[in-house]
Design a protein around this ligand. Structure first.
Ligand code: 5GP
Ligand code: MN
Length: 334
């Protein structure tokens, strides 16, 4: 596996430094997903098994969806904006930049030792100890190895949380990032007590009715351009209100667009507190992270996100144009 140039230690080095520290605060990215929360909580249980004091933060005061709420320890997550604890060390899990730490950036500043354990490739680094492996399908895979490096025998809670991270970041072992390492490590997690069926039910068969109603609206607004392989849609503030939906209810929408035959790239834009949030997904080799970066966002080649400072109509038209251009670049390369 190839770590980034910003990586300045290995997992043994991180584990050795962590052993010397008594209190930790862990945090992932805004708009948290299964890998972000699953990695954090798996590491929380492992550090606690070593007798450490550990708090887990939410980068922003967002409601968690039902899948995330199913993870053991999720009820202990506190919003960073209301956290006034004092920990020696800050561990950023699945989050590469201070911007994506949002309210937790201030907490990070207050800690004397900082770590990043992540799989998002960025050109900067924000911690004293950085371990970033973009080839890892999920941060949970890295955390799983870190647990081993810490000398902790993984228990059922650690296994369940880490498995949830791996399962969600690989789309249930279906995305391009799914490789032999995912299956090998998943098998270890199942041996340690993770239940694939329970985890899949909690994350993939647990959708709110509001989310299904929001999907109807999303489909009404969808532009499906099969000639170019692009599907793009949006949901407005009014759509959220009419469906009684919260932010997390919009998460599954992108999967519906992506699942359509002939769609190579899917995009969803959502009106969100005065800005527009976008999710981009590629089924072929189109690099949607590059497109997201054009708008100040980022992510992975096949799954990326962005925040658009402006109106929804402009966001749809600008993102559509950028994606069409990325699709034609790929076409030209053959
Ligand atoms: P999602 O569309 O589910 O919000 O995000 C897909 C992927 O892109 C995730 O790995 C997420 O961390 C990353 N991502 C989403 N939004 C942003 C953003 O604004 N900036 C960066 N750097 N990454 C993002
Ligand atoms: Mn991740």
């Amino acid at each position: 596996m190839a770590v980034t140039p910003q990586t300045n230690t290995d997992l043994a080095g991180i584990a050795a430094r962590m052993q010397e520290i008594d209190s930790f605060v862990l945090c992932g990215h805004v708009n948290p997903d299964g890998d972000c929360i699953g990695s954090q909580l798996a590491l929380m249980w492992a550090l606690r098994a070593l007798g450490k004091r550990v708090d887990c933060l939410l980068a922003r005061d967002d409601a968690l969806d039902a899948g995330l709420c199913s993870l053991p320890g999720s009820d202990e997550l506190v919003s960073a904006s209301s956290y006034d604890g004092a920990a020696q060390a800050f561990v950023a899990c699945d989050v590469p930049t201070v911007e994506r730490l949002a309210d937790a950036a201030d907490v990070q500043k207050r800690c004397s030792v900082t770590f990043t354990v992540d799989h998002h490739a960025v050109e900067s680094c924000m911690s004293q100890f950085n371990y970033v492996d973009p080839d890892a399908a999920a941060t949970a895979l890295i955390v799983w190895k870190l647990i081993e490096a810490l000398g902790v025998q993984p228990d059922e809670r650690m296994a369940h949380c880490a498995y949830a991270g791996l399962m969600t970041d690989t789309g249930g072992f279906r995305y391009q990032n799914t490789d032999a390492a995912c299956f090998a490590v998943a098998a270890e997690m199942v041996v340690a007590g993770a239940s694939p069926a329970d985890c899949a039910t909690a994350f993939f068969q647990n959708r709110s009715l509001a989310s299904v109603r929001l999907m109807e609206r999303m489909l009404d607004h969808a532009e499906i351009d099969l000639a170019d392989g692009l599907a793009i849609s949006y949901v407005t503030r009014a759509d959220f209100e009419a469906c009684g939906a919260v932010r997390a209810d919009a998460e599954p929408l992108i999967d519906t667009l992506r699942s359509i035959e002939g769609v190579r790239v899917a995009a969803i834009l959502r009106e969100n507190d005065g800005v527009v949030r976008g999710s981009l997904r590629a089924k072929d080799a189109t690099d949607v992270a590059r497109v997201a970066r054009l708008f100040g966002g980022g992510g992975h080649v096949a799954a990326a996100g962005l925040t658009y400072e402006g109106g929804l109509a402009d966001a749809v038209s600008d993102v559509r144009a950028a994606l069409l251009s990325a699709l034609s670049v790929l076409e030209a390369k053959g």
